[in-house]
Design a protein around this ligand. Structure first.
Ligand code: ZN
Length: 350
């Protein structure tokens, strides 16, 4: 049995998994990421842990390759991290080349949200579809677009930055330089900020108490208050839902894909924001209105907007899947169209 190694490098945790070709998890290791000790330390820690897993399973089967999900803008052409707010000091660092030379093995580098989208496509909510969009609502908002079973990279690998879709012109400033990005209204960071804004306006005693007493005033605490009926906390999640509805509606209008998956930590608050999200989707997208599950006959094609299934493991499984796909793509040589015969069908790919 062949296997691959998936790595999810976050600002807080470094997770490594060995995954069999059919998707069975062999091993999962979680280590704290000591970002403050610098890039070389983190890369050293990661390559040591990967070597340890490879040694442990050397008699188990063939290692297909290693996939690594990294937060930030990644230039696929050069294998560099162009910008990563969660990994200070990594800008313009040739992470791909460095890790490959340290390990002496083929490495596939990917944006972490793209890796999560691939995980959900392979083993999660999108396993029965080939075309899907995924939003990861975490500290920030990431996105991934899967077309025909493969990640859509765009010109140089930066496609799918769905967290930076403008949902409110002149809205809250975003780290990307824009104002009113989805990330500023649907991330865990945004939920806490919006709750603090409500507290500052004196809109909720319960929120004010929680923000004073709770050492970790988190999106989870705010969600608890929302489901207990606190109006200001509910309004925070209504804003999450409306912002998502606008963003997803734009993607439905642009792509007419069958599936849009919402994952990441904030997606656990699904029942607090899904009403406002679907209401907004209906308003903003004609295509959604006519293809929504309740609008079509049983068995007809429909647009599904749904929760992710793999939780925080999506990125790990997706990262492990990447070298398997590279292998599959290169195993079947594509027949090139004969020169001078335009339109010759290309057979044998995928
Ligand atoms: Zn932005």
């Amino acid at each position: 049995m062949s296997y691959a190694i998936g790595v999810d490098l976050g600002g807080t945790n470094l997770r490594i998994a060995a995954v069999e070709e059919r998707g069975a998890l062999m091993e999962k290791v979680t280590l704290g990421t000591q970002v403050q000790r610098g890039r070389d330390y983190v890369v050293g820690q990661m390559t040591d842990a990967i070597r340890h897993v490879i040694t442990k399973y050397q008699d188990h089967g063939q290692l297909i390759g290693i996939g690594i999900g990294v937060p930030g803008f990644i230039d696929m052409d050069t294998g560099t991290v162009r910008e990563s707010p969660n990994l200070p000091g990594w800008s313009d660092y040739p992470v791909h080349k460095d890790i490959e030379s340290r390990l002496g093995t083929k490495v596939v580098l990917e944006n972490d949200a793209n890796a999560a989208a691939m995980g959900e496509k392979w083993l999660g909510a999108g396993r029965d579809t080939n075309d899907m969009v995924m939003y990861t609502l975490g500290t920030g908002v990431g996105g991934g677009i899967v077309v025909d079973g493969r990640l859509w990279h765009g010109m140089n690998g930066m496609a799918g930055e769905l967290g930076h879709h403008t949902v409110l012109p002149d809205g809250h400033p975003c780290g990307c330089g824009n104002h009113g990005c989805l990330e500023q209204y649907a991330s865990a960071t945004a939920v806490v900020r919006m709750a603090r804004e409500a507290v500052a306006k004196g809109m909720s005693d319960a929120l004010a108490n929680a923000s004073r007493n709770d050492v970790e005033f988190s999106s989870k605490v705010i969600y608890q208050l929302a489901i207990q009926g606190d109006k200001a906390a509910q309004e925070v999640f209504n804003t999450v839902g409306r912002s998502l509805g606008i963003a997803v509606g734009n993607m439905v209008n642009a792509l007419n894909f069958p599936m849009y998956v919402i994952g990441g930590g904030v997606s656990s608050a699904w029942d607090a924001f899904h009403d406002s999200m679907f209401e907004e989707l209906h308003t903003r997208s004609f295509i959604y209105r006519v293809t929504a599950p309740e609008a079509v006959k049983p068995g007809a094609k429909r647009t599904i907007v749904t929760r992710a299934l793999l939780g925080s493991d999506a990125g790990l499984f997706g990262a492990a899947r990447l070298p398997m796909l590279v292998n599959a793509d290169s195993a079947v040589p594509a027949e090139q169209p004969k020169e001078g015969v335009p339109g010759t069908p290309v057979a044998g790919t995928r």
